[in-house]
Design a protein around this ligand. Structure first.
Ligand SMILES: N[C@@H](CCC[C@H](N)C(=O)O)C(=O)O
Length: 292
């Protein structure tokens, strides 16, 4: 059976997505179909494909509703290879912008909405000029794999961080080394991470902290999508890792420069432990029609 999808292309700091609405859960695409949509030569092109579905209309969402009945909408996220991922920090800002623009959601600046994801419910707050998402609790995985990447002169130790999806953050020697890494080839982790990982390469700005705000630069190789211009959960992982390495007294507010722009990261105390929040823009750039 063929379906005609009304699709929208959007991005957050250059991390781009193809979005479509399927409120009642009637359009279940295969992994191959999602990959074909994300293909930059034969499809629309994007780092991910996002289906906007009511939580009640997808099993993973229905499971959430028992505890969080307010989470009406679920972000069904897939990477460019068509594989499902738990969470996307840039994607969820674009997702909420999309729901507002399509009339599915009424959210004035200064207000928040809970969104279902495979990593759990995430609160998204509308700002005057973008969105902020509470990425929830984070944790060090305890893994410190050695990371090898093409044109990275030596293997460097990474720090495993779980933000609902898996990250490994690697500090590199400076801007030249950062720019020189060839991320068209998947970085190798030793030991291999069974679920795969998004790998962030970071350098501190000079000075690391200005006006109480930590500053880093980052490039990322995303699991299932390759090098992207930005990764929101990756930016949060990178700031958490650098704060961890910098030790006591380092700030809880960070600016993360990625090839596609700048993201804000903030760590804060919540009732169930420390949370990390991500802020940044969310743009919708064109609409189209697609037959799948
Ligand atoms: N770009 C996203 C992360 C998307 C999922 C990731 N590739 C994974 O497989 O975990 C972000 O902005 O967080």
């Amino acid at each position: 059976m063929t379906d005609t999808l009304l699709i929208t292309k959007g991005h957050g700091t250059g991390n781009d997505f193809v979005l479509f609405a399927d409120p009642d859960g009637e359009v279940v695409l295969s992994e191959a179909q999602r990959a074909a949509i994300a293909d930059r030569h034969f499809g629309v092109g994007g780092d991910g494909v996002i289906r906007a579905v009511r939580s009640a209309s997808i099993p993973e969402g229905a499971a959430i509703l028992a505890d969080e009945p307010e989470a009406e909408w679920f972000m069904d996220y897939a990477n460019a290879d068509g594989g499902i991922a738990e969470m996307c920090g840039n994607g969820i800002r674009v997702f909420v912008h999309y729901l507002i623009e399509r009339g599915f959601l009424d959210l004035a600046p200064g207000h928040s909405v809970p969104i279902g994801t495979r990593a759990g419910v995430r609160d998204v707050h509308r700002l005057a000029d973008g969105f902020a998402v509470d990425l929830g609790r984070w944790r060090l995985t305890g893994e410190e794999p050695l990371v090898r990447a093409r044109d990275l002169p030596v293997a460097r130790p990474g720090l495993g961080i779980d933000l609902g999806n898996p990250h490994v953050v690697v500090a590199v020697a400076g801007d030249d080394e950062l720019a020189g890494i060839d991320l068209s080839v998947v970085p190798q982790l030793d030991p291999v991470q069974e679920a795969g990982a998004n790998v962030e390469f970071v350098v501190p700005a000079d000075p690391l902290v200005r006006d109480g705000i930590g500053r880093i630069r980052m490039r990322v190789h995303e699991r299932g999508s390759g090098e992207t211009l930005s990764c929101g959960t990756g930016a949060a992982a990178a700031a958490l890792a650098v704060r961890h390495w910098a030790g006591a007294g380092s700030p809880n507010e960070w600016r993360v420069e990625v090839p596609g722009g700048t993201l804000g990261v903030r760590m804060f105390a919540a009732e169930d432990g420390e949370h990390v929040a991500l802020s940044g823009p969310a743009a919708l750039v064109f609409d189209g029609e697609l037959t799948v």
